[in-house]
Design a protein around this ligand. Sequence first.
Ligand SMILES: [Zn+2]
Length: 74
Amino acid sequence: MATYDLVCLQCGNDFEVFVPGFIKDEDRQCPACGSFKTRQKYSAFLTNASTSSNSSSSAGCADCAQGSSGGGFT
Ligand SMILES: [Zn+2]
């Protein structure tokens, strides 16, 4: 069983399909509008390759660096 994350190019609907193996063209139908113009975002087989990205700790540092340099020189 594999999970495929698809996005519909016709209406922008975001949906998942569950297929026993590789996805086929008939599995790519959008449940919202019935269009087959869908794009695969990623498959469930590749999820462990993108879980080791912890570079989201620089958002708060820009704020404190801006406050310390501005108040220290004057
Ligand atoms: Zn659609």
